[in-house]
Ligand binder design. Structure first.
Ligand code: ATP
Ligand code: MG
Length: 426
């Protein structure tokens, strides 16, 4: 039997209800922020992800799905959303419009990772990017989106961790300090960290292997290497977070993987036992040089990405149920095979008039049709027989109260509109 590839999963049934529910909720939230929806290609030129942006990152060094197409082009399944949005922002000259531009996306990402709970090879991210403001107010606003989403969902025990990487100058000073500090300890670090030392020593601080190592705990802290401007930016971010009533913790070990981050970086964590490093539900930061780096003008940006699977797991662990089924408005079945055309056409008419309708395709028994209507949470049931077809008077049954109404075919839509309108109010 053919099976799905390792690290992937199917979305159907309850999972599908949950995913659609979250997507709708996110869409409504994004409307409130005046954010524009983006869909960029699932695959892009490999160059977009591999050109330096992250030559020093884990994503790019080992996690991408790279392939050649039949035209011998080097392509990569996107491992994250930001690079594609930035490419689109530049290619479509969106920087010429009035900024800031707030962009959001929702879609699959691909990384060749070791699958485990909350870690897949194809996974979904909701992401947000704001282009064209270097004001710390935007950093706080962006973090606020994640907090608001979790509040709307009722997710508790969430922790916002923030840090700053400062601007280019501060970062360079810090980099030098780290190189000096780690040099005598190189042999005590893991193999990956040895590579990181060469390429991007900041990444050493993000190591999951050496995390508990004493050497790590005593490493120089970024805060001590910030210049005035960088300090200022961070102070303001904190003030704006306070203004939004967002609790946060400053965690100097947050560096994020990608080289392009400047100033604020953050991670939003759940506190769920057994989640381990999968506790991070969303992460992001400011990237004031990325647009330029990918070939556009100098436009600052700040954004985040949130993993859908981890959010769903967190909701489940907290006992928050979002898989509520939409009730069906009307279920229609016939007394015999003779009414099939009638049912088909009546169902079609009702759907085109705005009702959610299911019909019986298989001439099931009365009993199993009633059962089916119940399982679909049908509000009304219409049974069509010879008599109904002839008289054009239908029997419409309220599936909850079991009350029956005789309704003229011509009045059916009006009748249902009225009844279902009432229903929605109680
Ligand atoms: P981690 O440290 O857990 O590997 P990351 O730093 O690689 O995460 P980002 O690239 O910042 O993650 O992506 C943001 C979010 O996307 C993560 O917080 C997580 O919720 C989700 N995510 C990342 N990788 C995966 C994956 N392989 N499977 C499922 N979700 C993921
Ligand atoms: Mg990762």
């Amino acid at each position: 039997m053919l099976q799905k590839p390792k690290g992937t999963y199917d979305i159907y049934g309850d999972k599908a209800i949950e995913v659609l529910y979250l997507k709708k909720l996110i869409e409504a939230l994004m409307d409130k922020y005046n954010a524009s929806y983006f869909e960029t290609p699932i695959f892009e030129s490999s160059e977009l992800f591999h050109r330096g942006v992250g030559e020093t990152t884990d994503i790019v060094s080992k996690e991408t799905y790279d392939f050649k197409d039949r035209g011998d082009r080097n392509l990569t399944l996107r491992p994250e959303g930001t690079a594609g949005i930035v490419r689109s922002f530049i290619e479509n000259k969106l920087y010429a419009d009035s900024l800031p531009l707030k962009a959001w996306y929702f879609g699959p990402m691909f990384r060749y990772e070791r699958p485990q709970a909350g870690r897949y090879r194809e996974f979904y991210q909701f992401g947000f990017e704001a282009f064209g403001s270097n004001d710390p107010m935007m950093d706080a606003e962006v973090i606020g989106i994640i907090v608001n989403l979790f509040n709307i969902l009722g997710l508790k025990g969430i922790k916002v961790n923030i840090n700053t990487l400062g601007d280019k100058e501060s970062r360079e000073n810090y980099r030098k300090a780290l190189l000096d500090y780690f040099k005598p300890y190189l042999n005590d670090l893991c193999e990956d960290c040895k590579k990181r030392y060469e390429k991007n020593p900041l990444r050493i601080l993000d190591c999951k292997v050496d995390k508990e190592n004493e050497i790590m705990k005593n490493a120089p802290k970024m805060v001590d290497y910030l210049n005035e401007e960088s300090k200022n930016h961070f102070e303001k971010v904190k003030e704006y977070l306070d203004a939004l009533n967002i609790d946060y913790t400053i965690n100097s070990n947050i560096v994020r993987g990608l080289d392009y981050y400047t100033h604020t970086v953050f991670e939003v964590e759940a506190d769920i036992k057994g989640f381990g490093s999968q506790n991070v539900l969303a992460a992001g930061g400011r990237y004031d040089h990325l647009v330029e780096f990918i070939g556009g003008p100098s436009v600052p940006g700040v954004g985040f990405a949130l993993g859908l699977e981890r959010l769903l797991l967190a909701l489940e662990k907290e006992g928050i149920d979002i898989k509520e089924k939409e009730p069906l408005d009307v279920y229609i079945f016939g007394a015999s095979k003779e009414e099939k055309k009638y049912i088909l056409s009546l169902g079609n008419t009702l759907r085109m008039n705005g009702f959610n309708v299911e019909i019986d395709y298989n001439n099931k028994s009365f009993k199993s049709n009633f059962k089916k209507a119940d399982s679909l949470l049908a509000k009304y049931i219409i049974i069509i027989g010879e008599e109904e077809v002839k008289s054009k008077i239908l029997t419409v049954k309220n599936n909850k109260t079991k009350e029956e109404y005789k309704v003229k075919l011509d009045n059916l839509i009006e009748f249902l509109d009225e009844k279902l309108g009432d229903d929605d109010e109680d």
